[in-house]
Design a protein around this ligand. Structure first.
Ligand SMILES: NC(=O)c1ccc[n+]([C@@H]2O[C@H](COP(=O)([O-])OP(=O)(O)OC[C@H]3O[C@@H](n4cnc5c(N)ncnc54)[C@H](OP(=O)(O)O)[C@@H]3O)[C@@H](O)[C@H]2O)c1
Length: 324
């Protein structure tokens, strides 16, 4: 992870304003202020994007309450939002690859997506898919890149790999199940009753209802790979290691893993990063019809405090986008 502050000073336009969801002091959902501020100006190599939607991610809660600040230093006030889709409305000096009016999508690790306008390095963005509404594309970058890197960089998923995706009902799970099926893996997924049909629709061949049984109880023979998307307590993480065959792997995006030596299982934890080439690959899959992007809730950006409350209470399922 970067040691640079996530937020950076931005030049602003004294004659134009915008609405943005900002945090002036870390705290509960009430710390989020939906307020008017000066509109940013694109710097060299940057574009100004009129945001169609920002994607909500669980990490936004950590940026709001300050839990993320040891990992990613944040300067206050901080505009929330790590991914967005929208329309290019202005180019900074030397910005290339896009023209005014182009539809783009991208991951912005420095925040700023939860606003009417966003400046971002042009090189970090890609053209949005044409096959889905522009706002829906905001769901792709963080969850899609995390799924891609987990399956293809930190694991070597192949046709026939027997994979358990633990926590497939969320945003990362949506992409992980579809990517794994796309390469011909055999997918077993854990999902609750509210998500089971959706996850089956992504191609999962077996669903384990995690509210009734653990993978350890439900599986009759081991898997080659576990992709863990749930912040499991230590005991549950160890139990996941025990459903993997010796020589197999557990890849986690939540808790660190140290499989017991006797299991012969490799454990990996990683933090995903922006990768425009991989994001373009995800967009191509969406445009070809090989992957769908389900939006379970599209809510006004002004309701962001309520979105945070729902997420923290476990009331949200699937992917939420925020419309400024
Ligand atoms: N390391 C990284 O770079 C990285 C990147 C992205 C996300 N993450 C982390 O990864 C996790 C998942 O992210 P996300 O965006 O997919 O989250 P999300 O959209 O909020 O999904 C959460 C889902 O987890 C499911 N769930 C909760 N408890 C479960 C359990 N005991 N067993 C199985 N499923 C359970 C729920 O599914 P049901 O609807 O089926 O109940 C819920 O929909 C979060 O903790 C997030 O912070 C890490």
């Amino acid at each position: 992870m970067t040691a640079e502050p996530a937020s950076r000073p931005r030049a602003t336009n004294p004659n134009a304003t915008m609405m943005a969801a900002r945090v002036h002091a870390f705290g509960g959902p009430e710390a989020i202020r939906y307020e008017r501020m000066a509109r940013p100006v694109p710097g060299p190599g940057e574009v100004l994007v009129r945001v169609a939607a920002a994607g909500f991610n669980p990490s936004d809660v950590g940026f709001r309450n300050g839990f993320m600040r040891d990992v990613v230093p944040v300067e206050l006030p901080f505009t929330l939002g790590s991914e967005a889709s929208g329309t290019v409305v202005e180019l900074g000096d030397g910005a290339s690859g896009f023209g005014v009016g182009d539809h783009v999508v991208g991951r912005v690790d420095e925040g700023g997506a939860a606003a009417e306008y966003l400046t971002a390095p042009a090189g970090g963005l890609v053209h949005a898919p044409a096959a889905i509404p522009l706002a829906h594309a905001a769901a792709i970058p963080v969850a899609g890149l995390t799924a891609w890197q987990g399956l293809f960089e930190h694991a070597s998923l192949e046709p026939g790999t027997r994979i358990l995706i633990n926590g497939a009902g969320g945003g990362v799970g949506m992409f992980a199940v579809q990517l794994a099926r796309h390469v011909g893996a055999h997918v077993i997924a854990t999902a609750g009753p509210r998500s089971a049909d959706r996850v089956r629709g992504y191609g999962a061949e077996q669903i384990i209802d995690y509210t009734r049984a653990s993978p350890h109880e439900a599986l009759d023979h081991p898997v080659d790979l576990v992709f863990n998307l749930v912040p499991t307590p230590a005991e549950a993480t160890e139990a996941l290691c025990r459903v993997v065959r010796p020589g197999g792997a557990l890849v986690s995006i939540t808790v660190p893993v140290k499989p017991p030596a006797a299991t012969g299982v490799t454990g990996t934890h990683f933090v995903a990063r922006n990768d425009p080439a991989q994001l373009a690959g995800l967009v191509a899959l969406v445009d070809s019809g090989a992957m769908r992007v389900d939006i379970t809730a599209a809510r006004p950006l002004a309701e962001l405090p309520a979105v945070h409350r729902d997420a923290e209470a476990g009331r949200a399922s699937g992917k939420t986008i925020l419309i400024p």
